[in-house]
Design a binder for this molecule. Structure first.
Ligand code: NAP
Length: 256
């Protein structure tokens, strides 16, 4: 990968929620492509172990900072620390996110505020913080991890779908703001990917049903999001901006 148009040699990537699941898979694939990494998540033990495992497997420089993306002081600190310790951020992946399923008539204000802060406001704040030096260098890649739930929905996904759809709108607007500076902004909308988040929220029956709704008849694996992310992060994706890449095994293709 390092000798191809997918190379990330010389690039630094900041990935939120990099300790497990889709974030960790993207971190590993980016490191294999030659990137240096700065990762965050809340639990320091898991984060440290993920950073060490990726560094050992790929030889990449991997730094990390425990940070809660639902706390504004933490998003500010993350941006400052990443820029200070790495010297620059070329690629920002806004991946940390969560879902608290509640019907519209049962939404608790504190849960709504938490999901809006984590899934949407933190993405805006972190992007806003790392963009000025990207503009100076006239190179940047920003990737928001949205969801198929931002393009369609199911019962009790009000806050989740609202925030994931908002990421798509924000990516389109920022792509227009930043295009003149050679910075691309895109979303990936994953379908069912076998990670802790959906597995902890769905019953075994719901898991089987959701996998069966895809054209491929199975759940995806985290690396199946990481490879399209590498396309967007590298020179190979340099003319893609303001776009949503849906990676869902054909889930949204089905009407009945
Ligand atoms: P996951 O395996 O549960 O990983 C979530 C990651 O985010 C972990 O590293 C977690 O670490 C971190 N995180 C959670 N809350 C955080 C917070 N408040 N501050 C900082 N980090 C936080 O889930 P995943 O499936 O990989 O999810 C990654 C992204 O993909 C999310 O935005 C999710 O909405 C999106 N997505 C997933 C699916 C799917 O089917 N898996 C489908 C569509 C979209 P800590 O717990 O230690 O903080």
């Amino acid at each position: 990968m390092r000798d191809t148009i997918f190379s990330l040699v010389g690039k630094t990537a900041l990935i939120t929620g990099g300790s497990r699941g889709i974030g960790k898979a993207m971190a590993e694939v980016f490191a294999q492509a030659g990137a240096e990494l700065f990762l965050c998540s809340r639990k320091e033990d898991t984060l440290r172990a993920a950073a060490a495992a990726i560094a050992e497997k790929t030889g990449a420089r991997v730094e990390y900072l425990p940070a809660d993306m639902a706390r504004r002081e933490d998003t500010d600190r993350l941006a400052d620390e990443a820029l200070r310790r790495m010297g620059k951020v070329d690629i920002l992946v806004n991946n940390a996110g969560w879902n608290i399923p509640q019907a519209i008539n049962a939404i608790r204000d504190e849960d709504w505020d938490y999901l809006v802060e984590l899934n949407l406001t933190a993405v805006m704040r972190l992007t806003r913080a790392v963009v000025p030096p990207m503009k100076e260098r006239r190179w940047g890649r920003i990737i928001h991890i949205s969801s198929i739930m931002g393009r369609a929905s199911t019962a009790k996904r009000n806050a989740y779908s609202a925030t994931k759809a908002a990421l798509i709108g924000m990516a389109q607007a920022s792509a227009l703001d930043l295009g003149p500076y050679n910075i691309t902004v895109n979303c990936i909308a994953p379908g069912p990917i076998a990670t802790e988040m959906p597995m902890s929220l769905l019953s075994p029956e719901q898991q089987a049903e959701l996998g069966g709704r895809t054209a491929l008849g199975r759940w995806g694996q985290p690396e199946e999001i990481a490879w399209p992310a590498l396309l967007l992060a590298s020179e190979a994706g340099r003319y893609i901006t303001g776009e949503v890449i849906t990676v869902d095994g054909g889930c949204l293709a089905r009407i009945f």
